[in-house]
Design a protein around this ligand. Structure first.
Ligand code: ATP
Length: 200
């Protein structure tokens, strides 16, 4: 992609590490951001292929009275069972990847940021020119997600434990952002990546 004067940045990191915050800073510098979570929500739409497959695996117990998928219920099942979470991801990921590649090819931005929590787990690092991993301590992850969502702390920890350890992700990274400090410090690191990413 870089050859065509375009850079695809794969942005990833653990739950509540600060991906959206970092993506927002990249956007303020001129990047287009593609948010995998938003695409994943869109592909759960009633009647879609993904919708049908999810019902065939999880049953109609995960439906609301209006037949839409109850994402809270689905979450409570999969976050208590990493195997079921992997199953759910194997249904959703191919569709999200399809939507994402369409969005990338139609984008006219010079820098496209893919905000994908499971970038590496989904094999999406292959379509990125550079990988950016956002890192935050587990204590900060739990505290920030708790403040944002009010999900119980032990529930947050369960979700974090289902994810690939950050240390493993960081090994594949071209850039690692330490988001343990204040936003000013994070902004400084993002700007540094913005300057450096064309050079290598
Ligand atoms: P998720 O995995 O839930 O999608 P995320 O990785 O996208 O989360 P954010 O939503 O960016 O993470 O950040 C989680 C919360 O922590 C947000 O409320 C955000 O405002 C806050 N936050 C992010 N970075 C910092 C920081 N450096 N200092 C203080 N608060 C922060």
């Amino acid at each position: 992609m870089k050859k065509q004067n375009k850079i695809i940045l794969g942005l990833t990191g653990g739950l509540g590490s600060g991906k959206t915050t970092v993506a927002r800073i990249f956007k303020s510098l001129g990047a287009q951001v593609i948010d995998a979570d938003k695409l994943a929500h869109a592909c759960l739409k009633k009647g879609s292929n993904v919708y049908q497959k999810i019902i065939s695996v999880f049953g109609t117990r995960i439906l609301l009275s209006n037949s839409n998928i109850d994402r809270k219920k689905l979450g409570s099942i999969v976050f208590n069972n990493c195997k079921m979470l992997r199953k759910l991801n194997s249904i959703i990921h191919p569709e999200v990847i399809r939507m994402m590649t369409d969005d990338i090819s139609s984008s006219r931005a010079r820098v496209v940021v893919l905000d994908v929590p499971l970038l590496i787990e989904a094999g999406l690092e292959k379509i990125a020119d550079k990988i950016v991993v956002v890192n935050a301590s587990r204590a900060n992850q739990v505290e920030r997600v708790f403040r944002k969502s009010k999900i119980k702390r032990e529930e947050i920890l369960k979700r974090i434990r289902c994810q690939m350890p950050l240390s493993k992700k960081a090994k594949l990274a071209d850039f690692v952002i330490d988001n343990n400090g204040g936003l000013k410090e994070t902004r400084r690191q993002v700007k540094q990546i913005w300057r450096r990413m064309w050079k290598s």
